[in-house]
Design a protein around this ligand. Structure first.
Ligand SMILES: Nc1ncnc2c1ncn2[C@@H]1O[C@H](COP(=O)(O)OP(=O)(O)OP(=O)(O)O)[C@@H](O)[C@H]1O
Ligand SMILES: [Mg+2]
Length: 276
C-alpha cells in the first residue's frame, strides 16, 4: 500500500545510455509540499532523472510513482520547466501567449471559453509578478523575466509536482535570489511539490526542505545538513571530499593535490565554489 503522504517515489531506478550507466539504483521520495533541490555537477544525470520522472526516459529497471501512480507524465499532474530554452527575439510570441499555451497547448477536448482563459492567464501572470512585461515578445525579455513566464506556463494547469531543470543557470545574483524567493512563495501558495535542479546548492540553502545529491550515478537524499557532510559525500564520490561551511555558504571540495584527484573529478568542478 502506498504512503499517501508521498508525492514522488523513485524506487531503485537504473538508466543506461550506450555510453554507460547514468543512474544506478537511485531511490528517494518527496513528501507532499516538499521543496527539494536536485544537486549535481554537469553530466551527473539531473536532466536524465527529471525526464525519467516525466516518463520521457525509459528505465532499465526500477519504478517511479507520482501521486501513487506509475502513470507519470501527462494528465497535468506534473509541470516541467526544461533546461536552456532559447527564444528568438523575432519570434512573434508574447509572454502572455506562452503562459496561455501552458493551458491550451496539450489540451484535449473542448477549449475553455476565452474569458475564462484570460482570467486564468492573468492570475498566473500576477502570481509570478509578470504583468508589467506580459505584452512583450518572449525573446526580448531578460533571463529572469523569461524564467517567471516559464514558471507560469508550467503552473497554469495546477500540477501537483513541479520539476524545474536549472532555472537559475545564467542568472545574476539578484535575479537568482528573486527566482528562488518566487519559487518558494508559489510552492506554498499553490501547494505544489517542487523539485529544482542546480549545479550549485548555495542559492537554495535557505529554502530547501530536502536535497538529492547526485554523483557517480548514485544519489544521497535527506535534509541538507544530513547529506552535505564529508562522510556522506566521500562515500558517494568514492574519494575524500571536504565540506566546508563559510560565510553561510557550502563549499564541496576534493582534498589532496590535483594529480591525486581521480579522473572522475574532472567532470565534477561545478560544486567547487571558487571564492573570488
Ligand atoms: N539521450 C542520450 N543519449 C546518450 N547519452 C546521454 C543522453 N542523455 C544524456 N546522456 C548522458 O548521460 C549523462 C548525464 O546527462 P544529463 O544531461 O542527465 O546530466 P545533467 O546533470 O543534466 O548535466 P548538465 O548539468 O550539463 O545539464 C551524460 O554523460 C550525458 O552525456
Ligand atoms: Mg541537465
Amino acid at each position: 500500500m502506498q504512503n499517501t503522504n508521498e508525492m514522488l517515489v523513485v524506487d531503485q531506478i537504473n538508466v543506461a545510455f550506450p555510453g554507460g550507466q547514468v543512474l544506478a539504483d537511485v531511490s528517494f521520495s518527496l513528501a507532499r509540499g516538499a521543496f527539494c533541490g536536485l544537486i549535481g555537477a554537469n553530466g551527473s544525470g539531473k536532466t536524465t532523472l527529471l525526464r525519467s520522472i516525466l516518463g520521457m526516459q525509459p528505465l532499465s529497471s526500477g519504478r517511479i510513482l507520482v501521486d501513487g501512480s506509475t502513470r507519470r507524465g501527462g494528465f497535468g499532474l506534473v509541470g516541467y520547466v526544461p533546461q536552456k530554452i532559447q527564444f528568438d527575439p523575432d519570434m512573434p510570441l508574447r509572454a502572455r501567449d506562452l503562459v496561455e499555451l501552458g493551458l491550451t497547448g496539450h489540451r484535449l477536448g473542448l477549449p475553455l471559453p476565452s474569458k475564462a482563459r484570460t482570467k486564468l492567464v492573468d492570475e498566473m501572470l500576477a502570481a509570478v509578478d509578470a504583468q508589467n512585461f506580459a505584452g512583450q515578445r518572449i525573446g526580448n525579455l531578460s533571463g529572469g523575466q523569461q524564467q517567471r513566464i516559464l514558471i507560469a506556463h508550467a503552473l497554469i494547469r495546477r500540477p501537483k509536482l513541479l520539476l524545474l531543470d536549472e532555472p537559475l543557470a545564467n542568472l545574476d545574483i539578484r535575479a537568482t535570489a528573486e527566482i528562488v524567493a518566487l519559487l518558494r512563495r508559489v510552492a506554498n501558495e499553490f501547494g505544489v511539490t517542487v523539485l529544482v535542479s542546480a549545479h550549485d546548492m548555495n542559492p537554495l540553502l535557505g529554502v530547501m526542505d530536502q536535497i538529492i545529491y547526485l554523483a557517480n550515478g548514485r544519489a544521497a537524499s535527506g535534509r541538507t545538513d544530513a547529506v552535505v557532510r564529508t562522510e556522506v559525500l566521500s562515500a558517494l564520490y568514492g574519494y575524500h571530499i571536504d565540506v566546508i561551511r563559510v560565510h553561510g555558504r557550502v563549499l564541496v571540495i576534493a582534498a589532496g593535490a590535483a594529480d591525486e584527484i581521480p579522473a572522475a573529478m574532472e567532470c565534477q568542478p561545478a560544486h567547487v565554489t571558487v571564492i573570488p
